[in-house]
Design a protein around this ligand. Structure first.
Ligand code: KIV
Length: 267
């Protein structure tokens, strides 16, 4: 296990056949826990909009909000690679805008890479960002910033022409210089084909077991978010239930004057 996960290290992990574990994080305390548990990549996802802000989708999330959360995550990690997610309209207006905002993640927040959604349509944007030295992680398939075009969070790549389009996106993202690509919401056999065709690692979410790594939204996998529960989420814990029980105990003890006890009071 590397002392510090770097972009070249992530690429080598694929070459060595080692799977990559990626989770989202949005603050210092979570980043510390996930980092010390050994996660390889901390993704400051724009999913913060849904699971932290309570927005209906990721579209309202701003650059300033992403920088705020990225700074907090960077302070909490020692080993993991931190990637900042470029929010809606922070990179689609042209290469200059995209470079500037990608650079802010590194310069103002301390991230080591950025992630952005889009395949062939974003090829030249990815190339421009990579050319100035900023590592880019692509994101194709069910890209949540296109939720309205898809008409909901629907699996992509079921039809033959959609499969070809997604494969084309994957090849374009790699050709443009991305160091890894998130494959979201697609059939496992398509993700397997992409993973075999690409030399850069694929990080799957709802894309089956054959990807080079997996990513989940931390609130989903810990049972902290119930607004919607995608099929691909495995709940590794039910922290929401544990928190509810703890808060109920606190309320009862406050009402019964059992808290604070002597051990929690000053003489
Ligand atoms: O915003 C996010 O958390 C993401 C991951 C789920 C890949 O894009």
């Amino acid at each position: 296990m590397a002392d510090k996960v770097t972009v070249p290290e992530i690429i080598k992990m694929k070459q060595r056949g080692e799977k990559i574990a990626c989770l989202t994080a949005y603050d210092y305390s979570f980043a510390r826990i996930l980092d010390s548990a050994g996660v390889d990549i901390l993704l400051v996802g724009d999913s913060v909009g849904c699971v932290v802000q309570g927005q209906p989708n990721t579209l309202p999330v701003t650059m300033e909000e992403m920088l705020y959360h990225t700074r907090a995550v960077v302070r909490g990690r020692k080993r993991a690679l931190v990637a900042g997610d470029m929010p809606f309209l922070s990179f689609q207006l042209g290469k200059e805008q995209a470079i500037q905002n990608a650079g802010r993640f590194l310069q103002e927040a301390g991230a080591e890479a950025v992630k952005l959604e889009g395949g062939i349509a974003m090829r030249e944007t990815i190339r421009a960002i990579v050319q100035i030295g900023i590592p880019v992680m692509g994101h194709i398939g069910l890209t949540p910033q296109s939720v309205h075009r898809f008409g909901g969070y629907k699996m992509q790549g079921k039809e033959k022409d959609q499969r070809q389009a997604i494969l084309g996106d994957a090849l374009a993202v790699e050709e443009a210089g991305a160091f890894a690509v998130v494959l979201e919401g697609m059939p496992a056999d398509l993700a397997m084909e992409i993973t075999e065709r690409l030399t850069i690692p694929t990080i799957g979410i709802g894309a089956g077991v054959h990807c080079d790594g997996q990513v989940l939204v931390i609130h989903d996998m810990l049972g902290l978010f119930d607004d919607f529960r995608p099929k691909f989420v495995k709940r590794y814990a039910e922290l929401g239930e544990i928190m509810t029980a703890a808060v109920k105990s606190f309320i009862e003890e406050v009402r019964a004057q059992k808290f604070p006890g002597k051990e929690h009071s000053f003489k």
